[in-house]
Ligand binder design. Structure first.
Ligand code: AMP
Length: 249
């Protein structure tokens, strides 16, 4: 059984993002980039399934610039087996990613595809759901626990007020939530070994997919600066200010 994991190269979660001076997007020059944190969880989960002998091979796919190869290498160093880089300089939106992943699934025929629930750069939370619709495969989104049980996949999801457990027929699409696992760090020997693991290099045209963006970003702006707070002398003063200055009650 094969697992396919989608990994996106995004601005590192520790970086304080800056908006470009022309408001056309986020400043990416000299900014630290890393694997999307939810995708690290996806890679970790696939490795745990392999260690439990539930799957035999883990393929990681990344779509983006040449540098996305580093993201694939990180996944290979964690324990994935091989990579596919679909290289493009064009901005890539969730529908195009889902269409490309669909063709990869048609070719590789994985039983399980694991994605992050969202990429922390665009916060779209769309790709897994779109891929499930395109393939007509079952989906378990925001998974906090998964178990393969014969031809089924048991997926536990955190929902308002409790946990929901779904029984899905394989093949299936899973998107990871934060509490699914804690991703491992790659050891030095594994980083060295990963250099020898194969990465196939492709272009979107090889898959016959038109990746022209469907959405146009009109403007990106910084959130308004927070104003300094104040200390009030009494509750009646607080109520007065909430009523007459903030006008929220
Ligand atoms: P999104 O729908 O953009 O929030 O992304 C959800 C998930 O889809 C991510 O966590 C990744 O697993 C996958 N994904 C999105 N964009 C890409 C990409 N360019 N390359 C590889 N995987 C991606």
């Amino acid at each position: 059984m094969k697992a396919l994991v989608a990994v996106k190269r995004v601005v590192d979660y520790n970086v304080k993002v800056r908006v470009k001076s022309d408001n056309s997007g986020i400043e990416l020059t000299n900014v630290k980039m890393s694997m999307n944190p939810f995708d690290e969880i996806a890679v970790e989960e696939a490795i745990r399934l392999k260690e439990a002998n539930k799957i035999d091979e883990i393929i990681v796919v990344s779509i983006g610039t040449k540098q996305s190869q580093e993201t694939i290498r990180t996944a290979l160093a964690m324990g994935a087996d091989r990579g596919i880089l679909i290289e493009t300089e064009t901005e890539i939106q969730p529908l195009s990613v889902a269409k490309l992943l669909k063709v990869v699934c048609d070719e590789e025929k994985p039983e399980i595809v694991i994605l992050g629930k969202q990429a922390i750069d665009d916060d779209a939370n769309q790709t897994g759901q779109m891929l499930s619709a395109l393939l007509n495969w079952s989906q378990g989104t925001f998974a906090s626990k998964i178990e393969i049980d014969g031809n089924n996949l048991m997926v536990t999801r955190e929902i308002d007020g409790g946990l929901e457990t779904l029984k899905l027929a394989l093949p299936s699409i899973i998107t990871t939530d934060l509490r699914l696992n804690e991703p491992r760090y790659a050891s030095l020997p594994n980083i060295m070994k990963a250099k020898k693991k194969p990465i196939e290099e492709k272009k979107p045209e090889d898959y016959g997919v038109d990746i022209t963006p469907r959405l146009t970003t009109l403007k990106v702006v910084e959130p308004p600066k927070r104003e300094a707070g104040m200390i009030v002398e009494s509750i009646s003063e607080l109520v007065d200010k909430l009523k007459n200055e903030a006008k929220v009650i």
